[in-house]
Design a protein around this ligand. Structure first.
Ligand SMILES: Nc1ncnc2c1ncn2[C@@H]1O[C@H](COP(=O)(O)OP(=O)(O)OP(=O)(O)O)[C@@H](O)[C@H]1O
Ligand SMILES: [Mg+2]
Length: 420
């Protein structure tokens, strides 16, 4: 994928003494300090973002962090104080008014939090509104409108007044209107924030389904972390005008850049986001079924410090696991092959499976879980404790320590208490 939009070194400062404020920002003063000294608000502070073609890029942050200001720099509803925004090879920050008009009408559409519809017009007329402005003849614009109304699931409502629709339906109209002139880019500012939770969830699901079909480049603004994690191919976390971290939902959860991000992600249900690919041991030690004997198995297990190992065929196809105790037995019996003691027909998973979905598989078997690709080639091994550690948002070492502390407590209690 290539970059569709590049936001480079972007500042937006509101107020009268912008020059002075800029200087202070450069000296590293905080938003509050700049406000105190100059009366200027630093809404966006040195933001750098690349949005790739066809992705949903989410900007997440608390109220006042600068999300809307950032978004509005893309179609120049707000003028950046410094920095550039480029759409492919067009420098939007330098676009003249004719170019800007084209950009707003053809290339980018906005979906607003409060829908921004004309309540006394029909659904079809609202959806066709942009096309009307662009001078499409009536027949053609209604044809297009009916098509996108169908796409957003409102078939049959074309001639209703939008004011008579529920919030969720109105936002579908908003979405349809944004889609009507088939823009490459959609700018969605808190588009679902005014909806009831259940309808909001539905709209999120539908946006994802829709996106599979239309493959727009979407900049989606939200202050809701769950929404960000669900919708975003990538997420930027904004604080006081600054981007503090950019990454995939999994990156944000598993590698928070600082305490601020960490405090955000603490209470997220990680099981649904973090995948087997993240918690697995990559490229694990393995045994070739045809060539490995019990002695090799034992030596390799000791070297890595594990009690089981995956077994593969000569093409690296996963076959099963062997356990240390069986290998010791085989060796004592003078067996040269491990074949008789391989646990086969086990569950395997793809690396994209969420770890919450691994738990039932662990119930089936005390063994580790093999991660394979679509051709059943072994990619990794997931052990129980890594999954538990990840679900709890702790380092695996930390979980080990908790377990050992727990055992110590049990042992102490069993040993009685001589000292008092
Ligand atoms: N036109 C303006 N003039 C002066 N200050 C502004 C203006 N627009 C926004 N601000 C300030 O810029 C900062 C960023 O505002 P912005 O609306 O971009 O935040 P936001 O992240 O979208 O917040 P919310 O989640 O509440 O929509 C805030 O401190 C705000 O008060
Ligand atoms: Mg906003």
């Amino acid at each position: 994928m290539s970059d569709k939009i590049q936001i480079k070194d972007l500042d937006v400062i509101f107020g009268r003494r912008v020059k002075e404020a800029k200087k202070l920002v450069d000296q590293g003063l905080s938003k509050e300090e700049v406000l105190g000294k100059t009366g200027c608000t630093v809404a966006v502070n040195n933001a750098n973002i690349n949005i790739q073609e066809g992705e949903i890029f989410v900007v997440m942050g608390l109220s006042g962090s600068g999300k809307s200001t950032l978004l509005r720099c893309l179609n120049r509803l707000i003028e950046p104080t410094r920095g550039t925004v480029t759409l492919e090879d067009i420098d939007i920050t330098k676009a003249d008014s004719a170019k800007l008009r084209k950009l707003r009408r053809e290339d980018m559409s906005m979906v607003f939090q409060h829908f921004g519809l004309l309540p006394h017009r029909t659904v079809a007329s609202n959806v066709a509104f942009g096309l009307e402005i662009n001078g499409y003849p009536e027949k053609e614009r209604l044809e297009k409108a009916y098509k996108v109304i169908d796409t957003v699931g409102l078939k049959g409502y074309e001639e209703m007044m939008t004011g008579e629709l529920s919030g969720g339906m109105q936002q579908r109209v908003g979405l349809a209107r944004a889609l009507a002139n088939d823009p490459e880019i959609m700018l969605m500012d808190e588009a679902f924030s005014a909806l009831d939770p259940l309808i909001r969830t539905n709209m999120q699901d539908e946006l994802l389904t829709l996106q599979e079909k239309v493959k727009k480049t979407i900049l989606f603004i939200t202050h809701d972390l769950d929404e960000a994690l669900k919708l975003g191919d990538r997420i930027a976390i904004m604080k006081d005008g600054m981007i503090v971290q950019t990454g995939s939902p999994e990156d944000i959860l598993t590698k928070p850049a600082d305490d601020y991000v960490r405090s955000f992600v603490e209470n997220v249900d990680r099981g649904k986001i973090v995948t087997a690919g993240t918690v697995m041991f990559n490229n694990p030690e393995r045994l070739r079924l045809k060539t490995a004997g019990p002695a090799t198995a034992i030596r390799k297990m000791r070297a890595v410090g594990v009690t089981s190992l995956p077994v593969v065929d000569e093409n690296n196809n996963f076959i099963g696991f062997v356990k240390d105790e069986d290998m010791v037995k085989l060796q004592n019996e003078g067996e040269k092959s491990i074949e008789g003691k391989v646990y086969k027909e086990l569950n395997t998973v793809n690396e994209n499976v969420a770890i919450a979905d691994l738990l039932p598989l662990f119930l089936d078997s005390a063994l580790n879980l093999a991660v394979v690709d679509d051709d059943n080639k072994l990619k990794g091994v997931v052990v129980h404790s890594s999954v538990i550690a990840e679900m709890l948002g702790k380092e695996q070492e930390e979980v080990k320590q908790i377990r050992e502390d727990g055992l110590d407590n049990v042992n102490n209690e069993e040993g009685g208490n001589d000292n008092g």
